[in-house]
Ligand binder design. Structure first.
Ligand code: AMP
Length: 212
């Protein structure tokens, strides 16, 4: 059966890194609303004017825009047999209810991380715009400062990874997204993952639960 899984957790919990591993090693299809929105902004797409202020302020893009984007994407994948990983969606109860009306979620992984670690993770993160490899100034620095080890490209940071926006993103998370932990727990499809563990250990745990 096709698996539809959700990675749920605060910003900086490692959703992006975990997703990349599942995509590379297990052929999951990743659907990241944050990445969709960032690419829309970079390419000056039709939605860019409407979403810019939300991303810059660390606030949630309105549900009617986000839900529509996800619904269109899921529709286009109806005949694709690959398992789907939702990264960064749903992010509030309205989105979770909407998702329920269009697809059956099979499991939800809650990646739990303490706030202190989250802030360091976000404040230190950088990635290579060419090969997309991720680094962290504090935990996983490149060999040469600000330079990709693989292709020597200058590393970049996300514009919303600044102290002010991080605070707002965390506040948004606790207010709107965290209640989804209880929502999915009640359904019996929530799996708790210790996000402070090494990525290898996290992937091992996910594999066990997903029977990969
Ligand atoms: P992320 O890359 O998941 O941290 O998302 C970056 C930003 O994109 C967030 O701070 C929001 O402004 C926006 N965003 C991403 N996913 C959603 C979502 N499901 N609903 C509303 N806004 C979102």
């Amino acid at each position: 059966m096709k698996k539809i899984i959700i990675l749920l957790g605060p910003p900086g919990c490692g959703k992006g890194t975990i997703s990349k591993e599942l995509v590379t090693d297990f052929n999951f299809l990743q659907l990241s609303t944050g990445e969709m929105f960032r690419s829309e902004l970079e390419n000056n797409g039709p939605l860019s004017g409407k979403i810019n202020e939300y991303l810059a302020g660390g606030k949630l893009v309105p549900d009617e825009i986000t839900n529509q984007l996800v619904a269109n994407k899921l529709k286009s994948l109806e005949n694709d047999q690959r398992n789907i990983l939702l990264d960064g969606f749903p992010r509030n109860l309205g989105q979770a209810t909407f998702l329920d009306s269009i697809i059956k979620v099979t499991s939800v992984f809650f990646i739990d991380v303490e706030e202190e670690l989250i802030i360091k993770r976000i404040a230190g993160r950088m990635n290579c715009p060419k090969c997309n490899r991720g680094y962290n100034e504090f935990f996983m620095p490149p060999l040469v400062a600000n330079t990709c080890d693989d292709d020597q490209t200058q590393l970049v940071r996300r514009v919303d990874d600044n102290a002010e926006t991080i605070k707002q993103r965390l506040a948004t998370y606790y207010e709107s997204t965290h209640p989804l932990v209880e929502f999915y727990q009640k359904r019996g499809i929530l799996i708790n993952i210790l996000g402070g563990n090494r990525i290898e250990a996290i992937i091992e745990e996910l594999k066990k639960h997903l029977e990969l």
